[in-house]
Design a binder for this molecule. Structure first.
Ligand code: SAM
Ligand code: SF4
Ligand code: SF4
Length: 380
């Protein structure tokens, strides 16, 4: 077996300074902003903390994220007001969905206050944005009601196994699965709709749990999504032979229960949808659906409409980026809303990222002096 080499260095990537346009050059945003490959900007993922109470080996391996790891000091993080201002400027460019992530977002104190601020914002069409959250679920039982009251639209819970021993091993903090399941129940009881559960499938680690997970959530109104284990960041020792292609996930499930393909809900959707079928072979809505996110074997860069804001205010244009744009410098400087909006526009217009499409033809490591950002830094 190839030896795992884990670099013990600061993982945060290089930073680029956005150009601050002159006030006279600030054209009001139209919502029709396109990047260099014709992709609109619709989805902003906001990472609110680089800390987490889990140590999933595919994301924050203990060997790197140990007691010596230097997390960002609180003053470096964007305040809720700075995040809300940035989100407002992105909404003016046509963003409709704001997803809070991390690290573990529920570790950020009073997160519901941020949710309430974001829920007050309006899209270009005058609607409330879709404010969603991705969480490991460990604190959800305590927080679900307050989040719902604050205006959270939806929640996605990451859960890699129902088997307590496997789950404890995968989170590497001996955290019991029952507490995450209680969090999911609390989210349902609080009235959060369209709950999703994300399972990262690692061949040889939890792929034997695919069927149990599918059966557990079938017919509950919760959509389970199987995510291919990705080569994101530089610390998880990723190997292709640990990826179980989504086609194989579907084939395995179809041997037990009938599934039919469904059409996408929206352009840019990361998951391919499959519906549980009834005896007549047609999708039975009461049985619900599953999704597969095949970032490794079937790239979906072609309509990727997602931008990512780190907890310290850097803008990244791809999950596999090695460089981010320092919007915090503008937020904390004298830049006006118009100037920041114009800077965002020119950054997005210059975007040509499509890492997953190019993966096979790229070297396994980022270039010299470059380091890919970590998933725990930029969120999913
Ligand atoms: N801590 C929260 C959680 O786990 O839901 C939010 C942040 S986490 C980085 C966001 C998502 O990224 C989770 O669903 C997690 O399973 C997924 N993820 C992390 N590392 C991954 C990897 N190497 N491949 C695929 N998905 C990964
Ligand atoms: Fe934490 Fe989420 Fe990463 Fe797991 S996937 S270590 S829960 S940030
Ligand atoms: Fe989007 Fe980058 Fe992922 Fe492609 S690799 S889908 S551009 S985030």
């Amino acid at each position: 077996m190839a030896e795992r080499v884990i670099p013990i260095v600061d993982q945060r990537a290089a930073v680029l300074a956005p150009q601050v346009p002159a006030a006279a050059d600030c054209v009001p945003p139209s919502g029709t902003l396109l990047d260099a490959r014709g992709r609109p900007l619709r989805d902003l993922r906001i990472s609110v903390t680089d800390r987490c109470n889990f140590r999933c080996s595919y994301c924050m391996p203990k060997e790197v994220f140990d007691k010596n790891y230097r997390y960002l000091p609180h003053g470096d993080l964007l305040s809720f007001e700075e995040i809300t201002r940035t989100a407002r400027l992105f909404l003016a460019h046509g963003v409709r969905k704001l997803r809070l992530t991390g690290g573990e977002p529920l570790l950020r104190k009073d997160l519901e206050r941020l949710v309430a601020q974001l829920a007050e914002l309006r899209t270009l069409e005058g609607r409330a944005p879709d404010v969603t959250l991705t969480t490991n679920g460990s604190l959800l039982a305590r927080k679900a009601r307050a989040l719902k009251q604050a205006g959270l639209s939806r929640v996605t819970v990451s859960l890699d196994s129902l088997d307590d021993a496997v789950f404890r091993r995968m989170n590497d903090m001996d955290f019991p699965v029952a507490q995450v399941l209680a969090g999911i129940e609390a989210a349902q009881a609080a009235g959060l709709e369209h709950i999703k559960v994300n399972m990262v499938v690692k061949r040889g680690t939890n792929d034997h749990e695919i069927s149990a997970m599918a059966r557990h959530f079938r017919g509950t109104g919760i959509t389970l999504r199987f995510i291919e284990y990705m080569d994101v960041g530089a610390t998880n020792g990723w190997r292709m032979d640990e990826v179980l292609p989504s086609d194989q996930v579907i084939a395995r499930l179809q041997q037990e229960l009938p599934l039919v393909p469904l059409t996408a809900n929206a352009p840019g959707e990361t998951a391919k949808r499959w519906g549980w079928a009834a005896a007549d072979g047609r999708h039975h809505p009461a049985l619900g659906e599953i999704g597969v996110i095949s970032s490794v074997t079937q790239a979906f860069c072609g309509d990727c409409n997602r931008a990512r804001l780190s907890m310290e205010g850097r803008l990244y244009l791809c999950l596999f980026a090695t460089q981010g744009w320092d919007l915090r410098a503008l937020l904390r400087g004298a830049a006006s809303d118009g100037q920041i909006q114009a800077a965002i526009a020119s950054i997005w217009q210059g975007r040509s990222d499509r890492y997953s499409e190019l993966r096979a033809s790229l070297p396994a490591e980022a270039g010299p002096g470059q380091r890919r950002i970590e998933m725990s830094y930029i969120g999913g």
